[in-house]
Design a protein around this ligand. Sequence first.
Ligand SMILES: CC(C)(COP(=O)(O)OP(=O)(O)OC[C@H]1O[C@@H](n2cnc3c(N)ncnc32)[C@H](O)[C@@H]1OP(=O)(O)O)[C@@H](O)C(=O)NCCC(=O)NCCS
Length: 185
Amino acid sequence: MEIPSILYTLSTLETTRLTLRAFDTADASAISALANDRDIAQNLATLPHPYLPEMAMEWLATLPDLHSGKTHRIWAITLKGTQLIGAIGLHDVSHEHSNAELGYWLGKEYWGKGFATEAARAVVEYGLGEMSLERVYAKHFARNPQSGRVLAKIGMQHEGVLRRHFCKWGEFQDCVIYGIVQGEL
Ligand SMILES: CC(C)(COP(=O)(O)OP(=O)(O)OC[C@H]1O[C@@H](n2cnc3c(N)ncnc32)[C@H](O)[C@@H]1OP(=O)(O)O)[C@@H](O)C(=O)NCCC(=O)NCCS
């Protein structure tokens, strides 16, 4: 597939240990190597399994439209500009309602080190700060409490449970919703 190597422009975000940057076509095989994991896919509403490099390339090809339409901001999570360890984004950005949904995943070998919390804090700060959103929210499957811990640690509030909100691999999943609004950071 012919897609340009510079896919979209996005502010790079720096944290103590991480650089959050725009994805590049060269990331396709690393994305697949990290995300081709049933333990990741089972906790994400839309990620298929298996997840092959050509599927990552197809996803990368969607990013220019998502960014030019200003409906998404999607960052590669890297260890200070070196290797890719995951992805994080603000999805379904609503300019009418001034809100967006936070979502993320990390390769399994990077779990339990506080990286998701560090990345999520930077992206929420960007959403409520530079983007001036009124609200950022996130949903996680009830069977995935570690994601709830990430959201609680960055100051998001538990707002409720959406019963049987998603159907993943033929099974309905309850989703826990967290949110944060202007003035709460
Ligand atoms: C969810 C995910 C991003 C967390 O990444 P991470 O870098 O390990 O997260 P952090 O280290 O920042 O924080 C994880 C927290 O969950 C806690 N935790 C781990 N397993 C847990 C469990 N079974 N129950 C409750 N908390 C748990 C950890 O102890 C830690 O909290 P603490 O700092 O208070 O001890 C990662 O597991 C992942 O990519 N999972 C697959 C995709 C996914 O679920 N994405 C989110 C969809 S909403």
